[in-house]
Design a protein around this ligand. Structure first.
Ligand SMILES: NC(=O)c1ccc[n+]([C@@H]2O[C@H](COP(=O)([O-])OP(=O)(O)OC[C@H]3O[C@@H](n4cnc5c(N)ncnc54)[C@H](O)[C@@H]3O)[C@@H](O)[C@H]2O)c1
Length: 255
């Protein structure tokens, strides 16, 4: 599928990996609907990107808001691409040092945004993309999810986050199978450690320590490394049902 001329929805598009994706898309000739619950940053990015970008305030856990964002995306042209970058991180152990169990509501909240929210976008975006005319080989579009290497090597304190991201990786193949009859591919990207506002609060020495375990290249991922892979996934019509690690061969240690 060609990026140029396509219309895309990017959730979490106001910041980090989603913002880099929106920039890539517009640079590549696509039109993009930036959907995020952060209105200030999302609207500012859309204004910066110009006529080929628009913003919709949207919480991925709210079906009506996702439907409204999809309608706004479809107003830009024929929607064929949905990228889910909205996500939250949380650090807490199953039992803390005092023996207190993990807060159950916190666990449910992380699952709610990262897994249920991603599925909410996937199912509603699929319904919207299914209305497009098929392209070559019957392809109508592609849905790209964001997991994390924590789906496979979750660290101490990442129980909720790792479970949510393992869920995203786990639904990739069945989603691709479910959506094959309508010609929609589903691919998940599992990033390693990326230099985004999620990490921005850390001091420089902590950030340097994080890149020490990266095998090669010895640096944190840049948001544009992620955007470049999203563009490659859109372009390659044979890529489907797979979770791709994007991590410089990093394997996360226990902590
Ligand atoms: N940065 C990393 O190292 C890294 C590594 C692996 C996976 N990821 C994943 O990549 C995705 C993007 O992360 P990032 O680093 O760009 O983070 P970020 O915090 O820079 O951006 C996340 C965006 O999602 C939005 N968001 C959060 N909850 C939302 C909700 N319920 N509805 C709508 N929007 C919501 C936020 O407002 C924010 O703009 C996340 O799913 C994250 O878990 C990040």
């Amino acid at each position: 599928m060609k990026l140029a001329g396509s219309v895309a929805l990017v959730t979490g598009g106001a910041s980090g990996l989603g913002a880099a994706t929106a920039r890539r898309f517009v640079a590549g000739g696509a039109r993009v609907l930036i959907a995020d619950r952060d209105e200030e940053r999302g609207a500012a990015l859309a204004a910066e990107l110009g006529a080929d970008a628009a913003f919709a305030r949207m919480d991925v856990t709210d079906p009506a808001q996702v439907e409204a964002a999809l309608a706004a995306a479809s107003a830009l042209g024929t929607l064929r691409i949905a990228v889910s970058c909205a996500g939250v991180g949380w650090a807490a152990r199953t039992l803390d040092r005092a023996g207190k169990p993990h807060d159950l509501q916190l666990f449910a909240t992380v699952i709610g945004v990262n897994l249920v929210g991603t599925f909410n976008v996937l199912r509603l975006a699929a319904a919207a993309i299914a209305k497009a005319e098929p392209l070559a080989h019957g392809e109508r579009g592609v849905i790209i999810n964001t997991a994390s290497v924590a789906a496979f090597d979750g660290q101490i304190g990442q129980i909720a986050y790792a479970a949510s991201k393992a869920g995203v990786a786990g639904m990739t193949l069945p989603a691709a199978r479910d959506l094959a009859p309508v010609g929609i591919r589903v691919v998940t990207i599992a990033p390693g450690i990326f230099d985004t506002p999620m990490l921005g609060a850390l001091p420089e020495d902590k950030r340097a320590a994080l890149s020490a375990d990266v095998v090669f290249p010895k640096r944190l991922g840049s948001p544009d490394d992620y955007g470049a892979l999203v563009a490659a996934v859109v372009d390659n019509g044979y890529l489907n049902g797979e979770t791709i690690r994007l991590d410089g061969a990093l394997r996360m240690p226990p902590k």
